[in-house]
Design a protein around this ligand. Structure first.
Ligand code: PGA
Length: 249
């Protein structure tokens, strides 16, 4: 059975310790189904504060990592440091990092390697722009992205990752992929994994959907055969919405 995962990507939101404490406390106090793995990805500055609030029930996630252990990399944080702060999941290859920080697939691959080396689960993001969607080349585009990020890993390593499909045109726009669009891409991603790691491992890698996933559309997305949960942005900033999403399976 594949893991069901709901991960909240807070991005660069929640600007005070009181806002952070309020959100994390409300989520940890809610009744949450045992069957769902919940992950919170606060800004790096708030990782230890959130860790102290959520304890073991909820997993701590990071939004970014630098693929070197230590050294002269001003402003960066390594996988070893994240591990020491209690992090167990880390987002890599998010379209905002690709767009605003020029992160390439090759760079994403080095981050994945570093995370796996310390035992943190990478949540590897992929997804096409609106132009690519409209050109009808989205399947080939995402395939190339995934292969470029994952080609160098063994099947055993690939068994330890999570993939998030986040069409860029749906992120923060209020436009969600239709269930048909999401299922088509998720099935395609599973097929790519099958080629890279074999049928058994492809069948066990959780595939998350991200992009304007909200309480009112999560149920039909999470019910799809190849959608195993969500990577949630905007709706992760309100405890009530986020908790509702966790209950959407
Ligand atoms: P959104 O963001 O839910 O606000 O669209 C998702 C994400 O970027 O992870």
């Amino acid at each position: 059975m594949r893991k069901k995962i709901v991960a909240g990507n807070w991005k660069m939101n929640k600007t005070s310790t009181s806002a952070v404490t309020e959100l994390a406390s409300a989520i940890v106090q809610a009744e949450l189904p045992e069957s769902v793995t919940v992950v919170l990805h606060p800004p790096a500055l708030w990782l230890e504060r959130v860790a102290a609030i959520i304890k073991e029930r909820i997993n701590l996630g990071a939004q970014n990592v630098h693929p070197k252990v230590e050294g002269a990399f001003t402003g960066e944080i390594s996988a070893t440091m994240l591990k020491a702060a209690g992090v167990s999941y880390c987002i890599v290859g998010h379209s905002e990092r690709r767009q605003y920080f020029a992160e390439s697939d090759a760079f994403v691959a080095t981050k994945i390697a570093d995370l796996l080396a310390v035992g943190i689960t990478p949540i590897v993001c992929c997804g096409e722009s609106l132009t690519i969607r409209e050109n009808n080349t989205y399947l080939a585009f995402v395939e190339e992205q995934i292969k470029a990020c994952l080609m160098g890993f063994t099947a055993t390593e690939l068994a330890k990752i999570v993939i998030a499909y986040e069409p860029i045109w749906a992120i923060g726009t209020g436009k969600t992929a239709t269930p048909q669009q999401a299922q088509e891409m998720h099935a395609h991603i599973r097929l790519i994994l099958e080629h890279l790691a074999g049928k058994d491992i492809a069948a066990q890698v959780p595939l998350l959907y991200g992009g304007s996933c909200k309480p009112d559309n999560a149920k039909e997305l999470f019910a799809l055969p190849d959608v195993d949960g969500g990577l949630i942005g905007g709706a992760a900033l309100q405890a009530s919405d986020f908790v509702q999403l966790i209950h959407s399976f």
